[in-house]
Design a protein around this ligand. Structure first.
Ligand SMILES: [Zn+2]
Length: 143
């Protein structure tokens, strides 16, 4: 399903709002995400760093985990923005771990990933950015 332009722009604006809360004392790289659930709710997420590094969480997963922890597991799209604090950035694609989390909950051909950078946007399906992903279908096929 193709997203309407207004929906896409709203999600990118929400991602920029989420980015304002990024907790990034180590990298200064601020990421914001806005996840649109099928019920119409938008869940915002930011990246949250940690002195011990490995507990650091990405903006995308923050948004997903907020939604799932509230019982929401069906999603249409996510917008992502990222840049060094105070600098203009280019497109910020989700890391591999976040793509894997998306694969747990989202249809690979329906779910839309919107990358935003200023006025520019670029939209991908999950299958485009995670070809041959490992899913629960793999577990079933080996039973
Ligand atoms: Zn990530």
């Amino acid at each position: 399903m193709k997203l309407e332009e207004a929906t896409k722009n709203m999600l990118v604006a929400e991602a920029y709002e989420a980015q304002r809360n990024a907790y990034v004392p180590y990298s200064d790289f601020c990421v914001g995400a806005a996840l649109l659930a099928k019920n119409g709710t938008v869940y915002r997420g930011c990246n949250i760093e940690n002195a011990s590094f490995s507990p650091t969480n990405c903006a995308e997963r923050t948004a997903f985990f907020k939604a799932v922890s509230e019982g929401v597991t069906e999603f249409e799209a996510i917008a992502i923005v990222g840049n060094k604090k105070g600098k203009e950035g280019d497109f910020c694609a989700p890391c591999g771990v976040c793509r894997q989390v998306m694969a747990e909950f989202c249809d690979p051909d329906e779910f839309q990933i919107i990358l935003g950078a200023g006025e520019k946007t670029s939209v991908y399906t999950l299958r485009e950015i995670l070809p041959m992903g490992f899913t629960n279908d793999n577990l079933k096929s080996s039973e």
